[in-house]
Unconditional design. Structure first.
Ligand code: FES
Length: 75
């Protein structure tokens, strides 16, 4: 699983660092976690990309649910 998290200033202000911590806490096997430059969709941030799929409106509160759903659906 490859996850990219927007580290642009808008997403950063909304808590993308916390999102990173929440993802790390899931201890996902073979996870490749990257920071990314602004995805250009700041108004919909926090934005992350899971296996190439862009997901908007992510927050520290909902990110674990979102990632788990991806894992359950076989990525
Ligand atoms: S700062 Fe995250 S999409 Fe622009």
């Amino acid at each position: 699983m490859v996850i990219r998290i927007c580290m642009g200033s808008s997403c950063h202000l909304k808590g993308s660092y916390e999102v990173v911590e929440k993802i790390k806490a899931l201890n996902i096997e073979n996870l490749q976690l990257y920071g990314s430059l602004c995805f250009g969709k700041c108004e919909k941030g926090i934005n992350i990309e899971i296996n190439g799929k862009l997901i908007s409106n992510v927050s520290p509160e909902n990110v674990q649910e979102i990632v788990k759903k991806f894992i359950k659906e076989g990525e």
